[in-house]
Ligand binder design. Structure first.
Ligand code: ADP
Ligand code: MG
Length: 264
């Protein structure tokens, strides 16, 4: 159950109902293979509205594959993924295309369109996909850019930005779609150390505002600060699922203990 979830007071209808809140995301018995190689083996978990789930595990354990499955970017062999209590038709590109407008995703590589200005990168989804009025989108964009202190780069092109600035724009671009869920896959992994902090701080602010997020990261100090829940993935299996503080202070499996030691 979701007994470990930290449900924010800004989401849901009433505080009293918060502990009974329904999951935003439910995954049941998910299996994913590449050919005969089973990469995700019977994965089940819930994410509550406002919950921050940090997904950790060794390289090759299946973290990126899981994130991609949650966004319908990979077909799956078995199991069920539900949003707001509604199952998504398995491997239905149409169903996922619709849902994807409500799920923001940011990857390790900067996936900004290189031939579009920062403003055009941000406006494109909300205007072309969500069909929202440009004036309203621009107003939101201005607020988001001010919030990350990048307003002066509105008319710049991605190549003119640092890696850290590009990743913050990528996050802003995802936020401009008003997502219900944000997926982050090692968004600081290719950044120079001095740029990591500015990106992590933005993610910490989102977490404080109770944005529902699933975060894959190797930044353990950040993970400790941000995680309501930690899921430790090993060889396609969720070996541990614990409140963040408990995972870092008392991992339950030897495997997780060794993983944490290797990260410190
Ligand atoms: P992580 O993100 O935890 O490092 P991945 O999800 O990238 O792990 O990979 C999990 C396993 O799936 C690895 O064994 C990897 O080689 C394999 N894998 C990932 N993507 C593909 C693919 N497109 N085709 C075949 N195997 C893949
Ligand atoms: Mg990965």
């Amino acid at each position: 159950t979701a007994g470990t979830a930290h449900v924010g007071t800004t989401v849901g209808t009433a505080d009293a109902a918060a502990t009974d809140a329904a999951p935003l995301l439910s995954v049941r018995h998910l299996r994913k293979s590449y050919g005969s190689h089973e990469v995700l083996k019977d994965i089940s978990f819930d994410v509550m509205p406002g919950e921050v789930v940090v997904l950790v595990g060794p390289s090759g354990s299946g973290k990126s594959t899981l994130i991609r499955c949650l966004n319908g970017l990979e077909d799956i062999q078995d199991g069920e993924i539900s949003f707001n209590g509604r199952p998504v038709s398995r491997n239905s590109e149409k169903a996922w295309r619709k849902l994807r407008t409500r799920i923001g995703m940011v990857f390790q590589s900067y996936d900004l369109f290189p031939n579009l200005s920062v403003a055009k990168n941000i406006e494109l989804g909300p205007t072309a996909v969500q069909k929202r009025a440009k004036a309203e989108v621009d107003e939101q964009m201005d607020r988001l850019l001010a919030d990350v202190q990048l307003s002066q780069y509105k008319d710049s092109y991605p190549r003119e930005l640092s890696g850290g600035q590009k990743q913050r724009i990528a996050i802003v671009r995802a936020l401009a779609m008003n997502p219900e869920l944000m997926l982050f896959d090692e968004v600081t992994a290719s950044l120079d150390p001095e740029m990591v902090r500015e990106v992590l701080e933005l993610m910490l602010r989102l977490a404080k505002r109770r944005m529902t997020m699933i975060v894959v990261t190797h930044e353990m100090e950040f993970a400790r600060r941000v995680a309501d829940t930690v899921m430790f993935l090993e060889d396609g299996v969720i070996l541990e699922r614990q409140p963040g503080g408990d995972f870092f202070s008392s991992p339950q499996t030897d495997r997780a203990k060794r993983f944490l030691e290797s990260m410190s």
